[in-house]
Every structure is written in C-alpha cells, then in structure tokens.
Write a protein that binds this ligand. Sequence first.
Ligand code: ADP
Ligand code: GLC
Length: 493
Amino acid sequence: MRVLQVCAEIFPLLKTGGLADVAGALPAALAQQGVDVRVLLPGFDAILADLTEVAEVATLSAPAGLQGRVAARLLYGRLASCAGVVAYVIDAPDFYHRQGGPYADAAQRPWGDNHRRFGLLGWVAAQLAQGLDSYWHPEVVHAHDWHAGLAPAYLRAAERALGRKLASSVYTVHNLAYQGLFPSGQFSDLALPEDFFGVHGLEFHGRVSFMKAGLYFADQITTVSPSYAREIQGGEQGCGLDGLLRDRRDQLHGILNGVDPAVWHPGHDKLLPARFNQGRFTGKAQCKADLQTQLGLAVDANLPLACVVSRLTSQKGLHLVTQVLPSWLERGGQFALLGSGDAELEAAFRALAQKHPQAVALHIGYDEAFAHRLIAGSDLIWVPSHYEPCGLTQLYGLAYGTLPVVRRVGGLADTVHDTRLETIDTDATGFVFDDFHPAALHHALNKALALWTRRSDWRRVQRRAMQQDHTWDGAAKRYLWVYRWAAGLTSSS
Ligand code: ADP
Ligand code: GLC
C-alpha cells in the first residue's frame, strides 16, 4: 500500500515536540510492515539541507492565495538523517525560509500568513493524490495535526470536481488544543469550495479551523492514545470539537505512540557517559553520578533524583511541581529540569534553584543530548500533565528505568501502572495520581519515596518498566489496519 505522511516537522531535522519524534519513527516502522511510505514536508532550511539525490518533480501552479512571490517547486529526494526516507519537499522560500520557528517568529508571534504556508502543504498533498508525480501517487494520505489538516479537505474538493475517488485520508490528532484557527476573511486565499466554510466543513465559530478540516473531511481519524480518544469526545477536553468527534466516534481510533530504539535505548545510546540494561545497572549509576557532578548537585547515589523534560506550558501541569518541590527537597530529594517556555514558570523554577543550589538544577532551553543524559541519570521523571494526548518522556523514562510519576490522563494513564501492594509483583511500573492538585502529586511522591527505601523492590519495578514493549511495530500494525479500513479494504476489527 502506498501511503503519504504529511507533517510539518520531523526528528532529527526539525522538532518542537513529540510530533517530530512520531514523524521520524513512523515511516520506518510502516516500511517494516510492507508499506510503501513517503513523507511530504514544507521546505524549512534544515529539511532542504538534508535532502539528497534531489530531483524536481514540478513547478507548482498553486492558487493565487497560496503563492509566494516566487513559484514554489516540489522536490523529491531522500532525507539522509531520517534513515533515507523518501521525501517530497515543498521548496517555497517565501513561506519557509525565515529566521525563527516553523510556526512563529523569534518573539513567539505566529507568522501572519500561516494559513497560506500550511494551506500549501495540504494542497500539495492533494496534488500528489491527483498524479502530480507521474511515477508514484498515494493510496492513503495520512495528515498529522492542524498543519496538515487541509490535506483531506483539498482531497475531497478535488474528488468532487473530478467525480471520482483519488485516495483515502487519515488524520491524526496529536494535540487538539492547537487548532490552526484563522479569520474568516482568509478563507478565500485557500481556494476551497465556498460551501466548505460552514458547520458541515471547516468553519468553527465563524473562523477557519484547520483542525476541524482534518476531523471533518478525513475518512478515518486517529489520535495518539486510547484514553485521549475517549477524553476528546467530552466537553472538558474536546476543545469545542467534542460534538463532531462524538459524531465520528466509529471512525476515531486511539493508537499509542512508540519509542524509536535507534534513538532511545539505554543499551546503545551514544549520548550517555555509560550504557546500561535491565541486567546491568552500573552504567545507570555512572550516568547519575556524572549528572549530579555536572549540575552541581550533591553527588550521592542515595538521594532520589527526579527530572522533568518538557515544554513549559500550562498543559504540562508544572505549577504542581513548583508547589511540591519544597517538601520533596526537605525529604532529601533532588530535582533537575530541562525545558523552556512560560516565563513565570521559568522564574519560579529559577528561584527554587537559587535557593537550593545543591538540590535543584535548571537548564532552560532545548537540548536533545542533555535530555538523554538527564532521563538516563535520574531515578524518577515527573509528568503531572493537565492533559496529555500520549506523552513520550514517560515512555523514555520507562525504557531507561527512570520511574515515571504521572497524572492519570490521556496516554499517561495508558502507559504507566501505579505501584501498590497488589501491583508490585504484577504490573507496577511507576506512580499514578488522579487529582490535578499538588496534594495528589505529593501523595504519589510519598509512595515513590517509600519504594526508594526498599531498594530490591525499586529494582524490580525498574526492570519491569524497562521490559515494557513500546516499540513502533505494534503501532504501525494498527495504522496499517486503519489505512486498510479507510481504503475500504476491511470493514471492522
Ligand atoms: P509534547 O509533544 O506535548 O511536547 P511529548 O512528551 O510527546 O510532549 O514530546 C516531547 C518531546 O520533546 C520529547 O522527545 C522530549 O524529550 C522533547 N523535549 C521537550 N522539551 C525538551 C527540551 N527542553 N530539550 C530537549 N528535548 C525536549
Ligand atoms: C503532542 C502531545 C503529546 C504527544 C505528541 C506526539 O505534542 O502533546 O502528548 O506525545 O504530540 O504524538
């Protein structure tokens, strides 16, 4: 089956969050399942620079509203840093060659022409389904998050105009809260049929919603965990789209993300000072000692070291952490954070680090290599999210024997099993709490500290955590099943 993955970022070339990790790992896992997979990406500098064996597929004659000053070209090649995946890249310098981030400028203001920049991405996906590349066309277009949300809409529009099916579409929600909303006046730039701007289409409270376009027009919808698939059908987490998601519940599937063992495996992670596995923990002890030294923390194997690796946004619930930290430190705990984002949170953590230099360390910024060393060298990783579609850092924690402390929500609920008397011999892999309240996190940390004093039990839970199977194989099989269903090749599970 020929499948086109459409997304805005891809690890290791361009990453703002877990979406890139998924986009980087899924193609190879699908290829293992026999899928003929290609990716379509905007031509950001890092992506163009990595493209090898480049050929020009076409000069694009996009609708006027999606044109920059210079006509865009569609390039074809292989991304050397992404295991040589075959890629189509949209070379549109007016849109993608900019100082700043992929979605916003250096001051975090969204680019004013985002509807055009990402409209073009969806439009090109539909062009490929119409045979823009005479050598290859997709049977399934798989679009990720709002950036690619218009792909199913353009596909539907082209099919209506031609009166025949071109390709099936699958849309994956990685985070329903980021919706790609634009003023209604920008709809005309997109050159979609007039009637698409309506309740039965991509209109959302008078605005254009790229997210709703994906949810409304795709043949099948997936999101990144079974729990999140349920949660977004309710008012609390539905971000105003829960009604539509309930209507489409028979086409909505929760498929957990995996861990790419080529990137995150403690046994052969070259970014670590020492490697380890479930049979040999000396390497982990060395990672911890190195980390404590590097961060200026007291170098002591007996002090439990907790970490957070995260975007600092309200989604991640980190104000709970600032509130429980004083008592964690009083009881001998250490804490290290890698992240950036919200200025108030940064300031709160900075104040704690200044007050407790031997016990709290802060690394503000984005640092892939340090994320590996931090997760490997810590004993616990805290992910107290308010909501979490899947979450990857708790999965990396499990793989590295760094026990996750998580809130029972979304993918966190689906991947971490609480440690209790009755689970310690069966399925305990971490610590789970319910209420979005510091007292609940505090209680979970009490349990973690209790286990910490029983080192052989700690080791048992650690080993079980490391044995969890979160490879991409299982996810790829499920996606393949959804593709088949979207393409009408199968009708039920
Ligand atoms: P989200 O996509 O909501 O940010 P995930 O847990 O799915 O959350 O994915 C986050 C990804 O980004 C992980 O790969 C994590 O290691 C990485 N990450 C987050 N913050 C940083 C940072 N400051 N430095 C390096 N990596 C980070
Ligand atoms: C989003 C979600 C995160 C998920 C990631 C990859 O960024 O916030 O929970 O793991 O996408 O699917």
